[in-house]
Write a protein that binds this ligand. Structure first.
Ligand code: SF4
Ligand code: SF4
Length: 250
């Protein structure tokens, strides 16, 4: 029988400290410029049509003290009811007032870390950052991992390591989530893209779990980010406006 993880001791003050240590932008480029034109003008990770932020209830306690930006998320269809139904008792779904009202210091850990999750091996080693694969056709950043800043990676790792100490159930959640990633990519017959702890590009063979250094060809860009033509067509279809520099990082 598997042992239950020890109880969480994390407090609102701990989350405040985690926020202070996780401020680095994902990259020097504003990636929202690339995905928002495909999504009615709002970055994909900032609209609950796409991504419902899930937080620890204690994190929401902190946010409530600091701002009125966030409120409890009310599910509106089958998919969102499922998300809420599957939450663990410690967690809840919330939503913010939208990208125009964003308060940088009051972003959740989930906002700060998107589109990444802590990837753990079968041996439960925290070896790097995996990507939330369901967003790969909407998140430009996931097709451009080489431009993620090292400082962001370092702060991401330090944040999750500190959180795992205070809340061992978070660790178990990502052990399980990483196992799901291996199953999904195995089924797809694809390799898992990772950013290693130093920001290096890594590849996981999902069947064996083996990890090696990645080469450029191991990280194909996902449609509609695979060519300028495809991107422009997708933005046109969504009724958006292509950024001046197009798909290129700028
Ligand atoms: S992380 Fe991805 S989804 Fe979020 S703003 Fe950047 S490109 Fe868009
Ligand atoms: S707080 Fe900011 S970063 Fe987070 S979902 Fe809202 S607009 Fe996006």
């Amino acid at each position: 029988m598997s042992k239950k993880p020890p109880k969480a001791t994390i407090t609102p003050a701990d989350f405040a400290a985690l926020y202070d240590g996780f401020t680095a932008p994902i990259s020097r480029f504003d990636c929202g410029r690339k995905c928002a034109p495909l999504n009615g003008g709002s970055p994909v990770c900032c609209s609950t049509d796409n991504a419902v932020p899930v937080v620890h209830k204690v994190e929401f306690d902190l946010l409530k003290e600091r701002t009125d930006l966030w409120s409890k998320f009310k599910p509106y269809d089958y998919a969102t009811r499922q998300i809420v139904a599957e939450l663990t008792p410690d967690c809840m779904a919330i939503h913010c007032k939208g990208a125009r009202h964003c308060e940088r210091d009051n972003r959740t850990i989930a906002c700060r870390g998107f589109p990444f999750y802590p990837y753990l091996t079968r041996q439960k080693e925290f070896v790097g950052l995996g990507t939330y694969w369901v967003f790969e056709d909407r998140c430009w950043m996931m097709s451009n991992l080489e431009i993620v800043d090292k400082k962001f990676v370092q702060e991401f790792i330090a944040t999750y390591e500190a959180m795992f100490v205070k809340d061992p159930s978070e660790f178990t959640t990502y052990v399980d989530f990483s196992a799901s990633a291996r199953r999904v990519y195995s089924r797809w017959k694809r390799q898992i893209p990772l950013l290693g702890r130093e920001g290096e590009l890594l590849i996981v063979e999902p069947g064996s779990g083996a990890i090696r250094r990645g080469r450029k060809k191991d990280f194909p860009k996902i449609a509609p980010f695979s060519s300028e033509k495809e991107y422009r067509a997708a933005v046109g279809e969504a009724g958006g406006e292509v950024p001046r520099e197009g798909l290129r990082a700028a």
